[in-house]
Design a binder for this molecule. Sequence first.
Ligand SMILES: *Cc1c(COP(=O)(O)O)cnc(C)c1O
Length: 450
Amino acid sequence: MNTNPSQLESWDKEIVWHAFTQMSEYEPLIIDQAEGCTLIDIHGKRYLDGVSSLWCNVHGHRHPKIDAAIKAQVDKVSHVTNLGSSNTTTIQLAKRLTEIAPAGLEHVFFSSDGASAVEVALKMAFQYWQQRKDSKPKKTGYLAYADAYHGDTIGSVSVSGVAQFHAMFKPLLFNVQRLPSPNRDRLPEGVTPEDACKHHLDILESVLKEKHEEIAALVIEPLVQGAAGMIMQPEGYLNGVRELTKKYDVLMICDEVAVGIGRTGKMFACEHEQVEPDLLCLGKGLTGGYLPMSATLATTELWNTFLGSYADSKTFFHGHTFGGNPLSSAAAIASFDIFEEEQTLENLQPKIARLAEHLARIADHPHVGNVRQCGMMVGIELVKDRATGEQYDWTEERGMNACKHATDNGVWVRPLGNVIVLMPPLAISLDEIDQICTTVEQAIHFATAS
Ligand SMILES: *Cc1c(COP(=O)(O)O)cnc(C)c1O
C-alpha cells in the first residue's frame, strides 16, 4: 500500500469528500497516529487535540483499557445484528446506561450516530401519541430552537436551526414551531440577566398554551447549544422546560450528543438541573470517542405503548444495520469503567478551574467579545468592535484563521464561524491546558491584528 505522504495528500484532496469542507480550498491534515491527547500527522508533526477529535474523545487516544476491550471483543465477535437478536456485550452496556442515566430512562435503542439517535427520538415521540391508549393523533408537530443543531439527516435538520447549514434544504424539511435561542449572553432589549430565564420560559409557555394539542415533543440541547457557537442557557431554564412540558403534556427530548458523557462536568447535562427527560440522545463521547455508536434512551411509559402482538402493528419499524455493534459496546463499557477507576469526573474540577483562569485573561483581548464556559466546553467569540459588539464579516474567516494559526503551532482546534471552540478530552493535563490556551491566545492576536 502506498503511504507516501505527498501521494496521500493528493488522494485526500482529489478523492475523499470531506464533511463540512469546501473541497476546492481544502488543505490536507492527515493524522497517522495518536498518543493520549496528542495527534501525530504523516510528517511526524504533533498536535494537542484541542477539540477532542470533534467533541468525541474522552480519556485520550489509545487508552490501554479501551484498546484492550476492543481487542478482546474482536476475539469473540465483531458484529451481530440487533434486529431480533442480541449479544452479551451490548446487553451489558444497555444495563449500564440505564443505571447511570437520569431516572425513568429504562430502555435503550442503539444507532450509529447522533443524527440517527435524534431521528429515533422524533419518530418514537410521534408514534407514541398515535398509539397511546387515549391516542392524540393531532400531536404531530415539534418545538425546537433557533440555532439548534441536531445532525444532518432530513429529520434532524428539520428540528435544527443553523441557517447557513440548512437554508438549502428548506423545501425538504417538515415544519417545526421555532423558539428563540435562550442565549444568556445575548438578551433582548429590556431583559436583564436576572429575568432571562423567566423571559424565555414565558415565551415557551405562551407557545405551549396555544399549540400543545398539536405538539408531540420539544427537542433541546441541554445547557449548551453546541454547534450554534457554544451558546449557553440561563440557569434554571432546562428545569423550567421540564416543568412546562409536563404541564402541557408534551414530550421532552434531550439531545446530549455533545454535552453528555462528562463534557459539562457531570455525566449528563440534565443532572445539573435534576431533569428527567422522556427521551435522551447520546453519541459522540459514548464509546470514549473511539467508535461510531449512539443511543436513544426512553421511559417505560413510551416503551409500553409500543407493545402488542405483531399484527397490532405497534412495532417501532426503524433500525440501523450497525446499531448496538459489540465492538462499540465494548469500548463504551470500558469507557464507563475508566470513569469509575480514574475518577474522571472528580478530577475534572481543577481542569475546569484552570481553563477558567486562562479564559479570564483571554476575555480582556480587544477583539474578544464574549467568552463562555460550561465545564470543559468553551466558546471564545471574536468581534470586530468590542464596544459595539460589531461582528466580523463571516467571509473574512477570522475564526478559521485563528484556528489555522494554532494548528500550525501544535494545537489542533476548529472554529464555529467566528467562535473558537475549546473542548479538550477530559483526560487533558493541566500542562496541556496551559499549552492549548496560550497557543490559542497567540492565534487570536495573529488573526485579529489587522
Ligand atoms: C454532533 C451532534 C449531533 C449529530 O451527531 P452525528 O454523530 O454527527 O450525526 C446531534 N446533536 C448534537 C447536539 C450534536 O452536537
